[in-house]
Design a protein around this ligand. Structure first.
Ligand SMILES: CC(C)(COP(=O)(O)OP(=O)(O)OC[C@H]1O[C@@H](n2cnc3c(N)ncnc32)[C@H](O)[C@@H]1OP(=O)(O)O)[C@@H](O)C(=O)NCCC(=O)NCCS
Length: 169
């Protein structure tokens, strides 16, 4: 398995990855659209303040995570109410995903370790979740707890969700 950031030549493989995601996974993971224009924009580094990482198995993308430096507007407005310091330069917002046929096999954990190391190298202080995590997504909640996140608060948006944070310092 190989992990790296995306490059312009990955755009058709990324689109294929997006198109392969099941309705169930898309219900859990939706930081952006999954169309061709978005895949190109991400691979060309044109998504403002975002970096995307992939996991490859025999040349096929089987895991993908997008990371935003700072906070999305919606997340920022919720986090203002929590008693934590917010730093748009050193805090990063994460949305991870694994291809349906590879979920629950440890790939997400490897991807997360890779991303965490990349962000530590950028002197990250905290990692938060893009739009939180759905409370009903028990696998993801357990996944985040296993990787050092703690729950900050619960909020309602199309169901109950959790804001979770990983302090790296
Ligand atoms: C969440 C996700 C990124 C995790 O990646 P993954 O490769 O499946 O995760 P891993 O195999 O590394 O670890 C999953 C953990 O959850 C556990 N788990 C699996 N199914 C579970 C379930 N139904 N309920 C609770 N825990 C579960 C696994 O046992 C494992 O923990 P363990 O190693 O302590 O046993 C991936 O499942 C995914 O893409 N899900 C769909 C999209 C999504 O939810 N993205 C996150 C949005 S916030």
């Amino acid at each position: 398995m190989q992990f790296r950031s995306l490059k312009p030549s990955d755009s058709s493989a990324l689109l294929q990855y997006f198109q392969s995601l099941s309705a169930e996974t898309r219900m859990r993971f939706g930081p952006h659209d999954f169309d061709e224009a978005t895949a190109q924009q991400i691979c060309n580094g044109q998504m403002e303040k975002c970096i995307a990482y992939i996991g490859l198995d025999n040349g096929r993308i089987i895991a993908y995570a997008i990371v935003l430096q700072g906070y999305t507007l919606g997340d920022y407005n919720r986090y203002l109410h929590y008693e934590i310091e917010m730093d748009n330069e050193h805090d990063f917002t994460l949305a991870p995903s694994v291809a349906d046929d590879w979920q629950s096999k440890g790939v997400g954990s490897q991807l997360y370790s890779f991303v965490e190391n990349q962000l530590r190298a950028k002197e990250a202080h905290k990692i938060v979740l893009w739009g939180g995590v759905q409370l009903s997504n028990q696998r993801a909640v357990r996944f985040y707890l296993k990787h050092g996140f703690r729950t900050l608060a619960q909020f309602e948006y199309q169901g109950t969700n959790l804001d979770m944070v990983h302090h790296l310092l």
